[in-house]
Write a protein that binds this ligand. Structure first.
Ligand code: ADP
Ligand code: MG
Length: 478
């Protein structure tokens, strides 16, 4: 019997705000000292009152707009009651029946809702925690307690592990384009729960929720594993139990954690310490304007406007600022040349510049080369003013100094030598020194010509015009 998988995702993302969701404590994911960014509100002292972080609400509204969701007039916060040592208040402020966003769609997957809540603290089970009565104690760090957390829930529209990964990657990109979250899965800034069920008749089977998914690979592997595990059970005629399982990346397995709790277990009720949210009071038109062109549209436009392949467009749009850098450089090419060489711009950007950035561990926003100078470098090559070999060195210098390429080329005498006389005398010298290569070439070995050109190039410190050198060698050898 063949079973069809059905998958729905629940995605949490920590929002990039200055302060926490309901207090003025700093929201600093890089704070290494435990329990530094805490205050009586986020550690749940009695008698304290929460206030709503406006930027966090606006961030979720923007996500809703970007994903074509419906923004209701009213929204509210609710208490979700449960005990866990990382939850100092004994409840989490979340949203139950009136989330900030209803519906929406991404990658063809329908969204059910997007709501706002607060993150929990972090438990640490480390070797160096004290030992109490002979057993290792766990420590708790409340720096993360109360950090704004967005939760997005999809409809069960996903059919396989690959589609789930694609969805998660696209969502991460959208959150980054919007600037609302860094959404780094390895840092726990984006966390995914996958609900997986199998059914033979196109209906819906019993779902299992998988938690602890901390990377895109884990999204894929955990879903594949669950599909396999459930298939094996069903084939043996066994029932699937509705439960929560945890992905153990080391063992490559899901492990039962608990039988699934129901909403009523949490005793949700409207948060009495917060007023209902009058969403219509937010400046929705400004928020809409702040939603940038999204990756999907950018990909299509880049391919069309710059004559790039879908793969090239995809590479450029994986980062909003890199895409903008490309576009800014491209507009500089347009202003001077008749037919701008966008392909060459793409190559210098994605292989050479991105390579230097990776080596130096710098982002496009941190480098010294501006888009105009970068475009100038590409122009120098396409106009034959410098050789592509010299271009690499010039780029390196630009990267170190931020100087404009013409200045570097002139200052260091790097312009391409296209002077026939000079090239010819170099070629003659090389021919005399390499008679065996000449003989090889005459025997029809094409490589020999490349070898000779290479020698001449080395002699000219990479500045020779390679096209002219080739012609000259051919002519001289006859
Ligand atoms: P719960 O009440 O257990 O939280 P929901 O119906 O609210 O379950 O759905 C939670 C998530 O599980 C959603 O992402 C939803 O798409 C997904 N889901 C619901 N039913 C199924 C199913 N049969 N198979 C896979 N995923 C499902
Ligand atoms: Mg939740």
């Amino acid at each position: 019997m063949k079973y069809q998988p059905t998958i729905g995702l629940e995605v949490h993302a920590e929002l990039k705000t200055q302060t926490k969701m309901f207090c003025d404590s700093l929201n600093d994911p890089n704070e290494k000292h435990p329990n530094t960014n805490v205050c009586p509100i986020c550690v749940g002292h009695p008698g304290t009152l929460p206030t709503i972080n406006k930027t966090a609400v606006e961030s979720v509204l923007k996500v809703g707009m970007a994903l074509s969701g419906d923004i209701p007039q009213f929204s509210k916060f609710d208490r979700k009651n449960y005990f866990y040592p990382d939850l100092p208040k004994g409840y989490q402020i979340s949203q139950y029946d009136l989330p900030l966003v209803f519906g929406g769609v991404l990658n063809g997957v329908r969204l059910r809702r997007v709501h706002l809540e607060e993150d929990t603290g972090r438990l640490m089970h480390t070797e160096d925690s004290p030992s109490i009565s002979g057993s290792q104690a766990s420590l708790v760090d409340f720096n993360r307690a109360g950090v704004p957390l967005m939760e997005l829930v999809t409809e069960p529209d996903i059919k396989n592990a690959e589609q789930a990964v694609e969805f998660a990657r696209e969502l991460q990109l959208v959150l980054r384009y919007l600037g609302v979250s860094d959404a780094d899965m390895e840092k726990g800034q984006m966390r995914i729960e996958a609900n997986v069920s199998l059914a033979a008749d196109g209906g819906m089977g019993t779902k299992v929720e998988v938690k602890n998914i901390n990377s895109f690979k884990a999204v894929h592997d955990a879903i594949e594993y669950e599909i396999k595990r459930q298939t094996e059970h069903l084939e043996k005629g066994e029932k699937i139990i509705q439960e929560t399982r945890g992905w153990d990346a080391n063992k490559g397995k899901t492990v039962s954690q608990r039988k699934k709790e129901e909403a009523h277990d949490y005793r949700y009720f409207p948060e009495p310490d917060l007023p209902p949210l009058d969403v219509s009071k937010f400046d929705l038109s400004r928020l809409k304007e702040e939603v940038p062109e999204l990756p999907k549209e950018k990909r299509i436009r880049f391919a069309k406007e710059y004559g790039l392949t879908p793969e090239q467009a995809d590479i450029l749009t994986r980062n909003r600022w890199q895409a903008e850098y490309f576009e800014e450089s491209a507009s500089e090419l347009l202003s001077e040349t008749e037919k701008p060489d966008y392909n060459s711009l793409f190559n210098y950007l994605t292989s050479d510049l991105f390579g230097l950035m990776a080596e130096a561990d710098l982002s496009i926003k941190e480098i010294k080369i501006d888009a105009e100078n970068f475009a100038d470098l590409v122009k120098l090559v396409s106009q034959g003013k410098i050789s592509s070999r010299v271009a690499k060195d010039v780029l390196k210098k630009m990267f170190e100094t931020g100087l404009d390429p013409t200045q570097i080329v002139e200052g260091e005498g790097l312009s391409q030598i296209s002077d026939g006389g000079e090239l010819e005398s170099t070629a003659k010298k090389i021919l005399e020194a390499n008679p065996s290569a000449v003989a090889d070439y005459k025997k029809g070995k094409g490589n020999a010509l490349q070898f000779l050109i290479g020698k001449a190039m080395a002699e000219l410190k990479g500045r020779g015009n390679p096209g002219m050198l080739q012609e000259i060698f051919k002519k001289l050898i006859g």
